[in-house]
Ligand binder design. Structure first.
Ligand code: ATP
Length: 310
């Protein structure tokens, strides 16, 4: 019989962690299934890095339970060879040639040195740094060091990859390239848990999201269901021929918020249950509109809405 039940490769139950008087992680639970791209999203100080460090036993939780189920073994701690980790505070050897460092790191995680060299050279080619293979890491730019650190986390082909803020320090082009790498590695079967605050980037790849604020869960579930549940509002951007008449807009039926963008543009958010027909019937009566754009809330807007309602 084929087992269609998704397999949890990580189960986290009610973990908490305090630092002095800060509740860095406050009673959170989640499961990561095999093949997931699971994104931890939240602002600075939300508790993302603390959670990831607890999972890897770099710091201990005050309470709660963690179970890893990787490569047929169930444990509180995974084997190093099964895990790839890109830490927030990047920590490669700065004064050792890049290729040598990559081969060494893959080999201590169980990879044959010949295979590690072959794979490292392929990845250096992919990230456009093949010609720097014998230079020391310290002479590379910050973004290029970040790319090398990423390669170091995946070279030994981990079953489960943890990326803490993978997009920080990268320019927009390299952020897009990283998005493609993450998708590629996931398609090859690696489960991915990442933390980030760049929601538009995460929206492109995540299958599940965990929204966290002040150490607490705001939402935990699939990306598609968050849009279905919270993304039904109508958001309308209006352009006016002359100054915006804010008073008229604030009195529209079903209006939730009016945000003035500049003298001639305004963003209207309607309450969840307001239908589009009613919105349009009202807008035809508003004078001076020269353009109208309608869109649905993105993840960032849903996040703000959830914080407001928390
Ligand atoms: P960022 O996006 O800025 O990296 P984060 O979501 O990863 O933020 P954490 O680094 O987990 O957040 O921090 C959560 C809270 O715990 C913050 O208030 C932080 O100041 C506090 N904190 C984290 N580590 C320590 C520590 N070692 N000692 C004291 N407080 C800490």
């Amino acid at each position: 019989m084929i087992d269609n039940i998704p397999k949890n490769v990580l189960e986290v139950n009610s973990i908490s962690k305090d630092f002095l008087n800060v509740k860095a992680v406050n009673n959170i639970s989640f499961n990561v299934e095999q093949g997931d791209i699971f994104a931890f999203l939240g602002p600075n100080g939300a508790g993302k890095t603390t959670t990831l460090r607890i999972l890897l036993d770099i710091i201990k939780a005050d309470s709660g339970k963690i179970q890893w189920n990787l490569n047929g073994k169930s444990n509180q701690l995974p084997e190093a060879s099964h895990i790839g980790y890109l830490p927030e505070e990047r920590g490669l050897y700065l004064d050792i040639p890049i290729l040598k460092s990559l081969i060494y790191l893959a080999s201590i995680r169980g990879m044959d040195k010949k295979d590690a060299k072959k794979s490292a050279l392929e990845w250096l080619e992919k990230i456009d740094l093949a010609d720097r293979a014998n230079e020391k890491l310290q002479v590379l730019s910050k973004g290029n060091q970040q790319k090398i650190q990423f390669v170091a986390s995946i070279l030994h082909q981990p079953t489960f990859l943890i990326l803490d803020e993978p997009f920080s320090g990268l320019d927009p082009l390299n952020q897009e390239i990283f998005i493609d790498f993450i998708k590629e590695i996931n398609n090859q079967g690696t489960t991915i848990l990442l933390s980030a605050h760049q929601m538009p980037l995460v929206e492109k790849i995540a299958k599940k999201v965990f929204l966290i604020n002040n150490g607490m869960e705001l939402y935990n579930g699939s990306l598609s269901s968050i849009y279905q549940t919270f993304g039904k509002k109508h958001i309308i951007e209006l352009q006016f021929e002359s100054d915006v008449n804010e008073f008229t807009l604030r009195n529209l039926s079903g209006i939730e918020s009016v945000n003035i963008i500049d003298d001639f543009r305004v963003k209207l958010t309607f309450e969840q249950l307001t239908d589009m027909k009613s919105v349009l019937n009202q807008l035809v009566k508003v004078e001076g509109i020269s353009d109208i754009t309608s869109y649905k809330p993105d993840l960032h807007e849903i996040f703000l809405q959830l914080i407001k309602n928390a």
